[in-house]
Design a protein around this ligand. Structure first.
Ligand code: GLN
Length: 537
């Protein structure tokens, strides 16, 4: 029998509900129980794959190829488990399956309605995940904010869920904002009261209220929230802004979530927080800094590259440095010039992306990294740009390009495989999910992983054109990782360079605190070696 923790949010979005949910998953696992996670997203897209990262942040890809909300990335990083497509369910997915069943005649003449058909479908997805994962505890986040029209079916379904279950099987946690008003110097609980009232009007009485604020909330405020929202003062948890998201699990544990979870979960092994304590100690310590330039398109929109920046942090924990990310707008780089913008850096990352905006700027940055012997890591589009740069400036194919950016290039060094050509549908049609990659013995990639075959996750349409493979290898850009079944280049690196590696997959997606992805770890290590010279001088 599984237990279920539901997490809702109120007042505003962007409270860090995903981190809270992930941290609760981590605390469940720290108690020796198996846990899995589920995010309900109230939008009508069937999955996050067709959503612009401008609007919605990064699309996180799972092993099975599911294109999910970025919170799934936090979940995997915090609970250190690989999730499946059952862990992210949108309204679009729910409605589409209800309508498919209606067309099939499954409802036997019934009028198909929000309650019970849509709510049943939602509850079904929770039971299905419980069954498939066999997890002892499911931590389930309802996306959006209480009061949104889109979220109502999910809230109604989780209300019914408690009714269908034993009382000790379900826990509701509601998180809200407690703003600090400067002129009065006071923290305000009114928005929390309103949000809980809204939740109660739907029939959900929260068991725990997590108050998000800049600074910890006072005992007086805690009592006030407890009184107005009908919980005990010790069921009001204060979660102020912390300097690292990796401090949230321990903070919640000490702030009073421990006895609540212990009581809810019942008998369990001794709580083991050593992994989080170790991270805490690293975060406390003073580490020398390294400067890493992230040359991208959506600069300033940090959510777009969230797995990349997290993977850089994980690598920093292991290498013993504090990486500082400098955001470089690829389009501006074309005008500002590389030397001025890049010379203070210790390494450059060109992350993934689509369409040709900023591509020439990325190519300039890569040329700089190659020529200045500066560590470079190219992720998917970043690898493709490195291939274009090498073709143009080393192999002399001046108009080499990817057919994504120039359909008529005489040298299509990156191109679409025949099975991708002519596809009309956009949703779920890329090369998605984990594929095996054989690493070349002695290469930097092989040294990093210490394995002959690795599995990494993909999300792209274009590939290296094998017609040019030999030419590149002879000129010093080798294929050091290969998907053997289809003979597709997965990792490429320059042999005559301190550290220049690009991967067609997205290594950032499998990086976790305490288990940094090897390519990121070795890249940051190479950056720190370059920076060392500066520390000494
Ligand atoms: N646009 C490129 C492709 O589709 C790269 C995609 C990516 O970086 N995720 O192949």
């Amino acid at each position: 029998m599984s237990k279920f923790i539901f997490i809702t949010g109120g007042v505003v979005s962007g409270l860090g509900k995903g981190i809270l949910t992930a941290s609760i998953g981590a605390l469940v696992k720290a108690r020796g129980l198996s846990a899995t996670m589920l995010k309900f997203d109230p939008y009508l897209n069937v999955d996050a794959g067709t959503m612009s990262p401008y609007q919605h942040g990064e699309v996180f890809v799972l092993n099975d190829g599911a294109e999910t909300d970025l919170d799934l990335g936090h979940y995997e990083r915090f609970i250190d488990e690989d999730l499946t497509r059952l862990s992210n369910v949108t309204s679009g997915k729910i409605y589409s399956s209800v309508i498919t069943r209606e067309r099939r005649g499954d409802y036997l003449g019934a009028t198909v309605q929000m309650i019970p058909h849509v709510t049943d479908e939602i509850k079904q997805t929770i039971r299905l995940l419980a069954h498939e994962s066999t997890a002892e505890v499911l931590v389930i986040e309802i996306g959006g904010t209480v009061g949104d029209i889109e979220g109502l079916p999910f809230l109604e379904a989780i209300r019914q869920f408690r009714r269908d279950s034993q009382p000790q099987e379900v826990l509701y946690i509601h998180t809200t904002l407690v703003p600090f008003l400067d002129p009065s110097g006071e923290q305000k609980t009114k928005p929390t009261q309103h949000s809980v009232r809204e939740l109660r009007s739907i029939g959900i009485q929260p068991d725990v209220i997590v108050c998000r604020s800049n600074l910890p909330i006072s005992g007086k405020m805690r009592n006030k929230v407890a009184l107005f929202c009908d919980v005990q003062p010790n069921e009001v948890i204060s979660l102020p802004d912390l300097e690292s998201i990796y401090r949230v699990p321990i903070f919640l544990e000490r702030e009073g979530l421990a006895p609540i979870l212990d009581r809810f979960i019942g008998k369990h092994r001794k709580t083991d927080l050593s992994k989080w304590e170790r991270l805490d100690r690293i975060l406390e310590s003073v580490r020398p800094t390294v400067q890493i330039g992230l040359v991208g398109k959506y600069v300033g929109m940090r959510d777009t590259y969230i797995s990349v920046t997290e993977a850089i942090k994980h690598a920093g924990f292991e290498v013993g440095v504090e990486p500082q990310v400098k955001w470089i707008d690829a389009e501006k780089l074309e005008k500002a010039g590389t030397e001025k913008t890049l010379n203070t850096l210790d390494g450059i990352i060109v992350p993934g992306g689509f369409d040709n905006r900023g591509v020439e700027g990325k190519i300039l940055a890569i040329r700089y990294a190659r020529e200045q012997q500066m560590p470079f890591l190219g992720l998917c589009l970043g690898m493709q740009c490195a291939v274009i740069e090498f073709a143009r400036n080393v192999c002399g194919l001046q108009r080499a390009n990817s057919t994504e950016f120039d359909a008529k290039t005489p040298d299509p060094v990156i191109y679409l495989l025949p099975n991708q050509r002519g596809r009309k549908e956009k949703g779920g049609t890329m090369r998605l999910g984990a594929f095996p990659c054989r690493l070349k013995i002695g290469s930097k990639a092989h040294q990093a992983y210490g394995l002959d075959v690795v599995q990494e996750r993909h999300r792209h349409r274009f590939e290296l054109n094998n017609r040019y493979r030999m030419m590149f290898e002879e000129a010093g850009l080798i294929v050091s990782g290969n998907y053997e079944e289809k003979n597709l280049a997965e990792v490429m690196e320059i042999t005559d360079h301190p550290w220049f590696v690009g991967s067609q997959f997205h290594p950032e997606l499998t990086s976790r605190p305490g288990k940094a992805n090897p390519l990121f770890r070795q890249f940051v290590d190479a950056c720190s070696r370059r920076a060392e010279a500066k520390w000494k001088s």
